[in-house]
Write a protein that binds this ligand. Structure first.
Ligand code: AMP
Ligand code: GLY
Length: 422
């Protein structure tokens, strides 16, 4: 079995490790990949998506796994191009991936199918946005397009709103696009991942992402500074409610709207006092949630993805461990505003009792790992007791150092004393 994974970050490193450890022992390729991923999957050099597809066809790739979202909506869409060329793809078609690529599309989908979500207004200018806010703070502003997890601002006052609106509408930091003004919700957040195959789905282990840069959820939003995954993260009754009010109507909605879906679908939820609500959909696994979840998954993940891409959902191929998994992210100097490359990393080889996934590293001319991106490494441990796993993960992370390293110390600790959780 030959599998090509699209992406280059920690999520893809985790997916590739899980594929490599599958009993099918697939031959693995990655595009564009990274130096760390190259230890598990051969990197493929392709100038663009059409030439990647041509390469996959020529090399008789059995399965393409979409890790990163941007390829799903580029050109004709990764999954669409795969289908045209007879290559099974684990990842949705371009039209369905609008659920992630356009927040406005997602809001309309949610409203059409009566799925609980925060009220929102779509605005095209700074003036319209201010009018929609109507002086009510906190408010949530969302850029209507892909922005690598940085297109959302929770604004406590008008000064913060003006700063974000200036970035979007004047500086065009994310390119052209609208802004959604959304009602501010409160409650613990949870990320639910479903493997979706047409009208069927399988829920993976729920996870929680820590999105802010600093301890205590302070500072700006990032792509994610750590994650915790466990079945125990959500009470069984809450999971039933989520399934009934959110997951099932979403799967039905995709069918009704003629939106084909085979791949991971990520539900970003907030457990508000009036029930769970959808914050966002993503059309792929989360990063860093994937790094936390995958060590809990055993069975034949490669076969599961291949069968899914062919239209067969096969829960019998997977098992999920019952314990806890904790992922601590090490980020580079300047993140999330910028990131510093070239800081030499030490200590990776001294970590024995944790999995290390590389998010943004490369090998320098002397053969040492150095920083190469905002999020650099994910350190992941799993076991039965949350507290023990938390200390194990933080102790393992302590062994790794580089200049400018940023990391949170409360991953797996903060948010475990709230209602509806654990
Ligand atoms: P998103 O990229 O849409 O997941 O948003 C990033 C983060 O912003 C979320 O994880 C929440 O912490 C926060 N957020 C998004 N929407 C809302 C909302 N309506 N109310 C409160 N916080 C929100
Ligand atoms: N961890 C959030 C995301 O993958 O978008």
């Amino acid at each position: 079995m030959k599998i090509l994974v699209v992406g280059k970050g920690g999520r893809e490193h985790a997916l590739i490790r899980a594929l490599a450890e599958s009993p099918s022992r697939p031959e693995l390729f990655c595009f564009p990949g990274s130096d760390a991923i190259a230890e598990w999957a051969k990197p493929v050099a392709a100038a663009d998506l059409p030439s990647l597809i041509a390469w996959m066809k020529m090399h008789e790739i059995d399965l393409c796994v979409a890790g990163e979202e941007s390829y799903l909506v580029r050109d004709e869409g990764l999954a669409n191009l795969c289908e045209m060329n007879g290559i099974p793809c684990w990842g949705p078609k371009k039209e369905s991936a609008q659920l992630e690529a356009s927040k406005e599309f997602a809001k309309q989908f949610l409203a059409r199918h009566r799925i609980p979500t925060a009220q929102a207004a779509s605005t095209e200018t700074l003036e319209q946005a201010l009018a929609a806010i109507g002086g009510i703070y906190p408010t949530v502003l969302k850029f209507d397009g892909l922005a690598a997890g940085k297109g959302v601002a929770v604004c406590m006052d008008e000064a913060a709103a003006m700063e974000f609106l200036d970035e979007v509408f004047t500086q065009r930091r994310f390119g052209s696009g609208k802004v959604l003004v959304e009602k501010f919700l409160t409650g613990p957040e949870v990320s639910i991942f479903a493997a979706v195959v047409d009208e069927k789905y399988l829920i993976f282990t729920p996870a929680r992402d820590y999105k802010r840069i600093g301890d205590g959820d302070m500072g700006p939003n990032t792509g994610g500074m750590g994650a915790v995954a466990s079945r125990q993260l959500i009470a069984p009754e809450m999971l039933e409610t989520i399934e009934r009010e959110i997951i099932m109507p979403t799967i039905r909605g995709l069918q009704e709207d003629g939106l084909p879906y085979r791949g991971f679908l990520y539900f970003g939820l907030m457990l508000t006092p009036s029930g769970p609500q959808v914050i966002e959909y993503n059309c792929r696994f989360g990063d860093p949630e994937c790094q936390a979840v995958m060590p809990l998954v055993s069975g034949n993940f490669a076969e599961f993805c291949l069968e899914g891409a062919r239209g067969n959902l096969r829960p019998d191929l997977l098992d999920f461990s019952s314990g806890w998994s904790v992922c601590v992210i090490l980020a580079s100097a300047g993140y999330p505003d910028s990131s510093r490359n070239g800081d030499v990393i030490s200590g990776i080889e001294t970590v024995q009792d944790a999995r290390i996934y590389h998010s943004g590293t490369r090998r320098n001319a002397d053969g040492f790992w150095e920083t190469h991106g905002g999020r650099v490494l994910a350190v992941v441990c799993h076991g039965d007791e949350r507290a023990a796993v938390v200390s194990m993960a933080h102790r393992a992370a302590d062994r790794i150092t580089f200049s400018g390293l940023q990391r949170r110390r409360d991953i797996g600790i903060l948010h475990f004393d709230e209602p509806n959780v654990s």
